[in-house]
Design a protein around this ligand. Structure first.
Ligand SMILES: Cc1cc2nc3c(=O)[nH]c(=O)nc-3n(C[C@H](O)[C@H](O)[C@H](O)COP(=O)(O)O)c2cc1C
Length: 355
């Protein structure tokens, strides 16, 4: 294989690896098979075990990675013939043929790949501009199996926002979730630049007192005492108010809970996120509670007390009622804000079989 072709395949995988993933877990592997096949594999064990029900979080990340890879492949002049696999670690294969042409919309989305980041700052409490709304809806498109809605009505946003922060409320009072949450956070700038998995503290946008508090909150004995004083509910209320200050919540629903649709939801999420980035908007996924609700519903959550299970079920029911949907799958807030104070980096992708 010539060096130019190798470089193109590397660029496709680098774009794929720029995708979002739960706790920046980067749960993917790339395998090249000569002469022109690129495989996308999932590593489901990399995601948070209490939230990644059915590997759904991992497959959303893979969907986003595949979306980026497709945009990059087209920009490089390929027509990627995408074939999906429904079992094993293999999620999709690109068969790369020459002759791809990008549409203007694809060009815009492609250019936004390097600057798409989570932004966990407070957003301005202003309505979404019409052309921004149009850009998000157009980027979402009408894929088979997944659909997208914007929730802009203020009262609904407040109600949903509070339901979603039940996640933080439980993470600060349940020992297992607390451990998983704090295990994923790290303080070292160098580790972040090296592309480590996990959440760099700078990306959490905590005000200085909260950042200090986080240093001790990671100890369960401290969190447990604060939990008894009502601290988790206070945090959940504060976060809910901050999240509700966005211009809208995005809601992704899927037709059935299966792997193909998780991937499609991830692709849709990434297109909308890239469109938001291209329009100068900010976005943060706020979805842990919906994942937790599915874990509890399927009876996998033996680590939660009956009270915690009830809290999750009630929050999920409030979200269903407010959103008027039986199965809210994935949510995020979107709006206008200053640039994030810090962003997450990626490991350089290893591409097996590319010599
Ligand atoms: C399935 C999934 C769930 C996520 N859940 C959350 C979440 O609940 N809250 C949040 O702030 N970020 C969430 N994220 C965003 C990731 O933390 C983020 O993409 C990752 O840390 C990389 O950072 P970046 O988006 O800035 O590239 C989620 C991402 C994925 C793919």
């Amino acid at each position: 294989m010539d060096a130019a072709y190798r470089e193109k395949v590397t660029k496709i995988c680098t774009a794929a690896a720029a995708a979002p993933s739960g706790d920046n877990s980067q749960p993917w592997r790339f395998v090249f098979r000569a002469p022109n096949m690129l495989e996308f594999h999932a590593i489901t064990e990399k995601d948070n075990e209490l939230l990644n029900i059915d590997g759904s979080g991992t497959y959303i990340a893979l969907g986003a990675a595949i979306q980026n890879a497709e945009l990059e492949a087209k920009a490089l002049g390929f027509v990627p013939d995408v074939r999906y696999s429904s079992s094993g670690s293999l999620v999709a294969v690109f068969v790369l043929h020459d002759g791809g042409v990008q549409s203007d919309e694809e060009k815009k989305l492609h250019q936004a790949i390097p600057s798409r980041h989570s932004n966990r700052k407070a957003y301005k409490k202003i309505p979404i501009a019409e052309d921004d709304r149009d850009a998000l809806i157009s980027a979402a498109g009408n894929p088979t199996g997944a659909s997208f809605t914007l929730v802009e009505e203020r009262e609904s946003m407040s109600l949903v926002s509070r339901a979603l922060t039940t996640m933080e409320e439980i993470a600060l009072q349940n020992k297992s979730l607390h451990r998983l949450f704090f295990e994923s956070i790290f303080w070292s700038k160098e580790r972040n630049i090296a592309g480590n998995s996990g959440l760099y503290i700078g990306t959490l946008e905590l005000p200085p007192p909260a950042r200090l508090l986080f240093k001790v909150l990671k100890y369960w004995s401290v969190a447990n005492v604060l939990a008894k004083l009502g601290f988790p509910t206070m945090v959940a209320k504060t976060n809910a108010a901050q999240n509700a200050s966005a211009s809208a919540f995005g809601l992704i629903t899927i037709e059935h809970f299966d792997r193909r649709n998780y991937v499609e939801a991830g692709r849709l999420l990434e297109r909308v996120w890239l469109a938001a980035t291209a329009q100068g908007m900010s976005l943060q996924i706020v979805t842990g509670m919906l994942f937790l609700a599915r874990t509890v519903e399927r009876g996998h959550a033996t680590v939660f007390s009956p009270e915690e299970c009830t809290m999750v079920k009630k929050a999920y029911a409030r979200a269903q009622e407010t959103l008027k949907t039986d199965e809210p799958f994935l949510m995020f807030r979107v709006g206008y804000s200053n640039a994030p104070s810090a962003v997450s980096f990626r490991r350089e992708p290893v591409i097996e079989g590319l010599h």
